[in-house]
Design a protein around this ligand. Structure first.
Ligand code: UDP
Length: 317
């Protein structure tokens, strides 16, 4: 099988490219390398790099010509990065996804669209199932732009499916963590791990009572492969873990596993994310739909954090 992975040199894309090439598949990565990941990570895999943007329609069309599957991961990832690149975040999600869907539909290629838990917005009756209503805040509140962009991406995928016969599969990824994830977009685990290992204060935003449910990269990849292997078309699947934890407890856990003496510092949102920032207070997926495809996450949060911390120790960025 030949896969095109858009955004394939990023955190999830790198792991997926390795897994697919190790299984004997051919992989082409379409990436503009704007997220700061180094292609060197992937050159030993034999994957081909097309250096370009999903915003460039002709590059997308050419890249899709020879493949069987498109795994569409390209996005401006991370709350902080998205807030600093608002127009680009919207364009990559909308125009980039449209370029992918249009080119793939014309060539009858299958497409996996990587959506996000962000689309559920500030819903607090967790666990959230795929058919639940979503609750997005006002556009004047920072924080909902990414959620809205991702929601629009899902609508585009469904619209192409219903009106043009696009072959689409959709996965909503919930806080994927693992080695090689960068903290530059604002992601909490790589940030806190680096801080703990450097004995710097752990920066916990707000009161730290907000919760997330993290999933280890290997489990997330398993989820993606189950959706593309046996999933229903045009049906969103939550891809996530089971252990919901507050960010304050996460910081304590990282500090303990790292054997660090870092203090924990609570930082008001307005100092890091601006006056008008509003965020999700609770997030946990229902994974029943994915479990029906045989999914069963294997890594506990403790094991995941140990693997990440060991990796940071061996290969500090
Ligand atoms: N967060 C934090 N300290 C940091 C970075 C993030 O307390 O240095 C918080 C952030 O406010 C959010 C949670 O950690 O409540 C998860 O943030 P992340 O950006 O990793 O994921 P998302 O908000 O997209 O779920």
């Amino acid at each position: 099988m030949h896969y095109l992975i858009t955004g394939g040199s990023g955190f999830i894309g790198t792991h997926l490219t390795r897994r697919l090439t190790e299984a004997g598949h051919e992989v082409t990565v379409l990436d503009d390398l704007s997220a700061g990941y180094d292609w060197e990570h992937l050159s030993p895999t034999g994957a081909h790099l097309v250096r370009g943007s999903v915003l460039d329609r002709f590059t997308v069309e050419r890249s899709i010509d020879d493949v069987d599957w498109v795994i569409h991961l390209a996005a401006v990832v991370g709350v902080q990065r998205a807030m600093q690149n608002r127009i680009r975040t919207l364009r990559v999600c909308h125009q980039g996804t449209q370029n992918v869907l249009s080119a793939a539909t014309a060539r009858h290629r299958r497409v996996f669209v990587a959506s996000s838990s962000a689309i559920y917005g500030k819903i607090t009756n967790t666990p959230v199932a795929e058919d639940n209503d979503v609750l997005l805040g006002s556009p004047q509140k920072d924080g909902w732009l990414y959620s809205t962009a991702k929601m629009c991406q899902e609508h585009l995928a469904l619209a192409y499916h219903h009106e043009r016969g696009a072959r689409v599969w959709i996965g909503r990824l919930f806080n994927v963590i693992g080695p090689l994830q960068s903290g530059t977009g604002g992601m909490v685990v790589p940030r806190l791990v680096t801080q703990a290992l450097d004995d710097l204060p752990l920066t916990v935003y707000g009161d730290g009572k907000q919760t997330r449910t993290f999933v280890y990269i290997d489990d997330a990849l398993d989820g993606i492969q189950r959706v593309t292997g046996r999933g229903e078309q045009a049906t969103p699947y939550n891809i996530g873990g089971t252990c919901e934890i507050s960010i304050l407890d996460l910081a304590r856990m990282i500090r303990r596993i790292a054997g660090s003496s870092s203090p924990i510092r609570l930082i008001p949102y307005r100092e890091v994310l601006g006056e008008d920032f509003e965020e999700t207070q609770k997030r946990r997926p229902s994974i029943d739909r994915l479990c029906q495809l045989g999914y069963a996450p294997r890594y506990s949060l403790e094991e995941s954090l140990r693997a990440i911390i060991d990796h940071h120790r061996r290969d500090p960025e």
